[in-house]
Design a protein around this ligand. Sequence first.
Ligand code: ZN
Length: 153
Amino acid sequence: MKDEKVTAIITGSVFDHIPFGKAVILIKLFGLNGKYPYLMGSGLKSEKSPDGKKDIIKIEGKELTEEEINILSLIAPSVTVSIIRDGKVFRKIKTELPERVSRIIICNNTKCITSIDKNSDTEFIITKRSGEIFLKCKYCGREYKIDDVKIVI
Ligand SMILES: [Zn+2]
């Protein structure tokens, strides 16, 4: 069985098929350093990935929130998430790109109402064109590529 290695954690989550090099970003975003014990593999062989490499993260004791799944699907659209309970795969989640994302993305436009009023929530409409993910601010209409926005959680 392929999932045999998953038994390294008892209860938690496994993120597989993360694009090569993105696991470090996800660990930073989820604030994993010091919070939950985790295992990370980077540059593992993968036939599914275009560059033949993937990253993987296993986190002990953590199940994902909806916001975290949204972040995952924005940064690593190819990711598969397995929820592990009692050392076995309890549930598999295939992430889907959300239509909208709130709060976790900051609008870079200093004139945007969400930049002026720090208590207001941001909201972005997400589209995918020629394989690239774009986020359009609902308030000022400015559009960003995923690599050009600041994510906060
Ligand atoms: Zn804006």
